[in-house]
Design a protein around this ligand. Structure first.
Ligand code: AHR
Length: 507
């Protein structure tokens, strides 16, 4: 084994990053393409339930264990009248949807989505429209959703058949307001003021809610990080989180460079943390603002097809990226990056969940299937609960067109002390060779390897599809062994690995 490249890691119970907020495994459903119509909702489908929701999709979402789902957008929310989506279905208007040039039928709205979220055991993270609308519509929506009764908007909800308040805890103050593509795009000053005032009245209606202000749409935005500083100047005392969004693509078919994108993601996170703390210092505040990384994924495969779409169609196939094996490896690496920053990232949403740049795909009137990226996301969500430990890492490095000194190995360890589980998530980014992992788990002598799951493929462009649903799937034939607190494992080239250890007494 010693002929292999080797990565040497130390983990220790006392090297703690922090407790994982389960919402770090959140996702996102936007009224876009076939995410809602034909995705989660298809009334005529043989597997539709009493409300028209696809039971096969519900099952897949539950397999991942998605704790929170952002809704209804995205760019969509910046032109959305939430009132169009409540009340009798036959009275709901068809609207031109300007963010994605489609027609929105409003057959699914706030109440139905909240009902669907219950069926997948997820909380809803609701976004308000600060594009075409503002303080009043935002305040009314909080009242409609959360106020118990005896007010105009809460009584309207009751008249729509929802006696209990929905009690939505987490709210986004608009979406990507820094982007010129956004309906109602604003300067940081303009957005900061309206976000502050909307936040104030939303919390006057329900003081228990938590709010997310829009950060930059990406670290490449010309206004980054001045945007964050200005927005935080205005909103610091009103909000709990600031958002980050990022998407990566292998545009030049340079896989080594593509896989190194997590260097950019990590730097982005660190810069936003620094900006939050700079404003904290300036304001002499005791409060700490945390991060909501509420859009992240790979997104580039569908760009050309989407340019050819006919305008004003209903639920077209839009943003339907079909993901490769190498995309899944980057998604795994992005999950590790989020976990390594779990001291400040409390919410993160894989964008998105069904059909639109998604881990779950459906055929209209047909079956559902799992994309390659489904697997790392599911593994992290299912096994990655507890405390994140800070690994001390010595990994071989590589350089790419855009990045220097990129570790070939990404790794993080999660301890679930209560149930006696230690889980190591690790990615080998080497395109040619396996890597030997030598992990000194000094306080975990009593742990043994239960499972070593691997996602690997000879073809880095391999995909799943409706006809070949099992082309890229993980196996659990990894060779990890633990002996007296020393874990060794061979990590295949370009692989995602989950090494699940448990205390000897555990079954
Ligand atoms: O997730 C797709 C889109 O990406 C969202 O609508 C928008 O917020 C971002 O630009």
């Amino acid at each position: 084994m010693s002929d292999f490249k080797t990565a040497k890691i130390v983990i220790d119970k006392d090297f703690i990053i922090g407790e994982i907020d389960k919402r770090i495994y959140g996702s996102f459903i936007e009224h876009l393409g076939r995410a809602v119509y034909g995705g989660i909702y298809e009334p005529g489908h043989p597997l539709a339930d009493d409300m028209g929701f696809r039971k096969d999709v519900i099952e897949l979402v539950k397999k991942i264990g998605v704790p929170i789902i952002r809704y209804p957008g995205g760019n969509f929310v910046s032109g959305y009248n939430w009132e169009d989506g409540v009340g009798p279905l036959e009275k709901r208007p068809k609207q031109l949807e300007l963010a994605w040039s489609t027609v929105e039928t409003n057959q699914i709205g706030t109440n139905e989505f909240i009902e669907w979220a219950k069926r997948v055991d997820a909380e809803v993270m609701m976004a308000v429209n600060l594009g075409t609308r503002g303080i009043e519509a935002a305040k009314n929506l909080v009242e409609y959703c959360n106020h118990p009764k005896d007010s105009y908007w809460s009584d309207l909800r009751i008249s729509h058949g929802y006696r209990q308040s929905h009690n939505i805890k987490t709210w986004c103050l608009g979406n990507e307001m820094d982007g010129p593509w956004q309906i109602g795009h604003k300067t940081a000053e303009e957005y900061g003021r309206v976000a502050c005032e909307a936040a104030k009245v939303m919390k006057w209606v329900d003081p228990t809610i938590e709010l997310v202000a829009c950060g930059s749409s990406g670290s490449g935005m010309p206004t980054f990080a001045e945007w964050e500083a200005t927005v935080l100047e205005h909103t610091y005392e009103q909000i709990e989180y600031i958002s980050l969004h990022t998407y990566y693509g292998n545009f030049n078919d340079d896989t080594a460079n593509f896989l190194a994108s997590t260097m950019n993601m990590d730097a982005f996170i660190k810069s936003v943390v620094s900006t939050c703390d700079y404003i904290k210092a300036k304001k002499k505040s005791k409060k700490t603002i945390n991060l909501s990384f509420d859009e992240w994924n790979v997104w580039f495969h569908s760009n050309e097809d989407d340019k050819k779409l006919e305008r004003w169609s209903i639920a077209p196939s839009q943003l339907e990226d079909v993901y490769t094996h190498e995309d899944a490896i980057l998604v795994g690496s992005m999950l590790i990056t989020l976990l390594k920053n779990a001291d400040r990232i409390k919410i993160a949403c894989l964008a998105q969940l069904v059909n639109v740049i998604a881990p779950i795909m459906t055929e209209n009137n047909g079956k559902s299937w799992r994309q390659t990226i489904f697997y790392p996301y599911m593994h992290a969500s299912v096994y990655g609960r507890g405390i994140v430990m800070r690994p001390v890492t010595k990994s071989p490095l590589y350089d790419t067109k855009d990045f220097c000194d990129v570790p070939l190995l990404d790794i993080v360890a999660v301890l679930d002390e209560e149930n006696g589980y230690l889980t190591v998530f690790t990615v080998n980014k080497d395109l040619e060779s396996p890597m030997l992992l030598e992990l000194d788990a000094r306080n975990f002598e009593e742990y043994i390897v239960k499972k070593h799951i691997i996602l690997e493929n000879e073809d880095m462009k391999a995909i799943n599809s409706k006809d070949y649903t099992e082309n890229v799937v993980p196996h659990d034939r990894g060779n990890a062994v633990m002996e007296r607190g020393k874990l060794t494992a061979l990590l295949p080239k370009l692989s995602w690995n989950v090494i699940r250890l448990s205390k000897l007494l555990n079954k």
